[in-house]
Design a binder for this molecule. Structure first.
Ligand code: ADP
Ligand code: MG
Length: 678
């Protein structure tokens, strides 16, 4: 287009600027990367008599009449004739310019959907253009942009067209790379998407499989990878104590265990030790399915910190879990001469002062997020271990990082994250995977039972308890009300006590005071309680090998990862384990899919993959999502191959062309990546 002819520049304060800003369009790059939502086909004209009743169509004809009608409400109504038939054009709101274009005798082109109105065929709010008999048809598809109220499509198109008339964007990828992957340059891709050429397939442009789309998506993913990578490198520039102490303590711990490490545990231990020896903080995520033995790996890492003269802190998201870790780690480490301290939030001031004092002296401190609260000050914190890290918010992790300088960090998660999602959302972390369960586990059998078969379930429970096994009975999740959830737990407990006379039944829920919770859990672990009625407080980490039966009430209300975690509480010992999912009808479609998936699969990664398909990535990454630049064009599932490629290219670019890497981040993220530093 001719520069400046049809599209005067939006002047400061011209009224367009705030509208563009609302769309996030501030710089030229933003306009160029504001790509069409879809395309319209204005390349041909259909006679009115043959216009289809579904889908968009373009017609052209002469205006016979045009008037503003006041009933049933004010509207502009025109009649168009093209020789083959007549069409009513209806505008419930309209501009004077439209009225002007629709003067009788004018020739207009209209794009819209034809529908059968009360007075015959009509188009409501067509896109309208006044033409002359010889006005040529566009040869290519017309882009339609995402826009905002008050900013007309035509105005936005003109502004973008002007941005396109400027100089080509600098290319960041090498020509060989583009050739190898059969991709256009970014500039070619952008121009192709803003201005499709005659013959371009609407199909390819819409499904975003066009090479130009793939190039843009790759570019976006590349910027995301670079940004995450940059955050990772920035954190490495901070110093941390190299933990190079002797491996004697860890060796002693291993020697005392009644089992050998799995090869996955050995591999991950080595990965962690290599990190800890570095003079900058480890930032490692340890992923391992429920029961894969993450705690032991963490204990070995703690040994390394302690043997090097530093302290380790071990943080768990719930008090029950923290307590259990405390007991286990004490059992493992105190005989080796390591002092293990315990720190929670639910304590009176004096007891708490004593705890804090003990924590300052201890080799290992175990606790809840009380560890990061005000007033807790470690002497020499060298390593922080965060169990079930997805349960902690960004704020809590940030607070922890600020404690006692920058310790090494080991984050653990049993919520397996599908690979592409992990690569994208955890690209700023190193990842270790425990992909092997300790030997000798008997697989868990999962049973689905409708609520009305409760009697059979009770018989089964009696029989299992008679054989000396222990049982978890999980109360229904009631998301709307904690009080109601508590009430249900109390009622279930009372009811089971009545039904199962002679069986010792415990109850644990979120409202119990810490010492009460501890007493119940200890009694269950010691086998004094046969059946434990519990809310989801036992969801993560709890480990009582003799418990081999779990009943989950209203399983249809739980999410997939929750069910997987809960089920992981059994199947930890030598006895064959069973998980019974009680459900009540009617079931929603999603609930049905969830129950089917959990019934058919025990592998956490597979469950997570299917969960991702069911729910989309948003909920997976939880609070972390907020810190990661969102993707506008790429889709992590569908464009998995591009995620892999972007990751490789990001490494190369950072190593070989840091200036281009910076340009790429700036181009796509333009200063919006601050949040990533967390
Ligand atoms: P998770 O990865 O879910 O946190 P845990 O660390 O709680 O798993 O381990 C589950 C159980 O397996 C614990 O009782 C633990 O002592 C045991 N365990 C860990 N490693 C091994 C191993 N190599 N061989 C046998 N049992 C193991
Ligand atoms: Mg665990």
């Amino acid at each position: 287009m001719k520069k400046g002819a049809a599209a005067p520049a939006p002047k400061r304060g011209s009224g367009l600027e705030p509208l563009l800003k609302r769309l996030g369009l501030r710089r030229r790059e933003d306009l160029l990367l504001h790509l069409p939502l879809r395309y319209e086909d204005e390349t041909c004209i259909t006679p009115i008599a043959q216009a289809p009743w579904v889908g968009g169509v373009q017609v052209e004809g002469e205006v016979l009449s045009c008037e503003v009608q006041l009933r049933p409400r004010r509207q502009l109504v025109a009649v168009l004739d093209d020789g083959s038939g007549r069409l009513i054009l209806r505008f419930l709101s309209f501009y004077p310019s439209q009225q002007q274009a629709l003067l009788p005798g004018h020739r207009v082109r209209c794009l819209g959907e034809v529908r059968n109105g009360f007075f015959g065929a009509e188009m409501v709010h067509p896109r309208l253009r006044q033409v002359r008999a010889d006005t040529p048809l566009p040869e290519a598809l017309t882009p339609v942009y995402p826009t905002t109220a008050g900013l007309a499509q035509s105005a936005l198109s003109r502004i973008i067209a002007r941005a396109l008339s400027g100089p080509a964007l600098e290319e960041v990828l090498a020509p060989e790379c583009l050739a190898r992957h059969r991709l256009p340059t970014l500039w070619q891709a952008i121009r192709a998407l803003h201005g499709p050429r005659p013959g371009d397939s609407l199909e390819a442009l819409l499904t975003r499989n066009h090479p130009a789309w793939r190039r843009v998506k790759l570019d976006e993913l590349l910027a995301q990878q670079l940004s995450l990578r940059q955050a990772y490198l920035a954190r490495r520039e901070v110093g941390a104590p190299p933990l190079t102490g002797s491996g004697e303590l860890a060796r002693q711990l291993k020697a005392r265990l009644p089992f050998a490490l799995t090869s996955a545990q050995e591999r991950v231990e080595a990965e962690i030790l290599a990190d800890l020896a570095q003079p900058h903080p480890m930032q490692r995520l340890l992923q391992g399915d429920v029961g894969s033995g993450k705690t032991l790996v963490a204990a070995l890492a703690a040994c390394q910190a302690i043997a090097s003269g530093w302290q380790a802190a071990f943080m768990a998201p719930t008090e029950i879990l923290a307590e259990q870790h405390y007991l286990k780690l004490k059992d493992w480490l105190e005989p080796l001469g390591v002092s293990v301290a315990w720190l929670t939030g639910s304590l009176k001031a004096r007891a708490r002062r004593e705890q804090i004092e003990a924590a300052r002296q201890a080799g290992l401190v175990v606790g809840t997020h009380a560890l990061i609260q005000e007033g807790v000050d470690f002497g020499r914190l060298g390593l922080v271990i965060i169990d079930e890290q997805h349960r902690f918010g960004v704020q809590q992790r940030l607070a922890l990082r600020q404690k006692g300088g920058t310790p090494h960090q080991l984050m653990m998660s049993a919520t397996p994250i599908p690979r592409t999602l992990a690569m994208s959302h955890y690209a700023d972390l190193d990842v270790s995977v425990l992909d092997e369960l300790p030997p000798g586990r008997t697989p868990i059998r999962t049973r689905l039972a409708r609520d009305d078969r409760r009697d059979q379930v009770m018989d089964y429970v009696r029989r299992k308890v008679g054989e000396g096994r222990q049982v978890y009975w999980v109360c229904p999740l009631i998301e709307e009300s904690e009080a109601l959830q508590l009430q249900t737990a109390l009622e279930t407990h009372a009811w089971l006590q009545q039904e199962l006379a002679g069986i010792s039944i415990g109850l644990v829920h979120g409202r119990l005071k810490a010492p009460e919770k501890q007493a119940v859990m200890a009694a269950f672990a010691a086998g004094e309680v046969d059946l434990l009625v519990a809310t989801t407080v036992i969801e993560v980490g709890v480990d009582v090998p003799n418990a081999s039966l779990m009943v989950i009430e209203h399983a249809e209300r739980f999410g997939l990862s929750q069910l997987h975690q809960l089920r992981g509480r059994v199947g930890r010992g030598l006895h064959e384990s069973v998980c019974i999912l009680l459900y009540a009808e009617p079931l929603s479609d999603t609930a049905k899919s969830r129950l089917k998936i959990i019934f058919e699969h025990t592998d956490g990664f597979e469950i997570a993959r299917q969960d991702l398909q069911l729910r989309g990535p948003g909920e997976f990454v939880g609070s972390r999502q907020s810190g990661v630049p969102l993707l506008r064009y790429a889709d992590l599932e569908r464009d998995a191959d591009l995620v892999e490629l972007a990751r490789e290219l990001a490494e190369d670019l950072l190593a070989q062309a840091p200036a281009k890497a910076a340009l790429q981040r700036e181009r796509w993220l333009g200063g919006r990546e601050e949040m990533l530093k967390v």
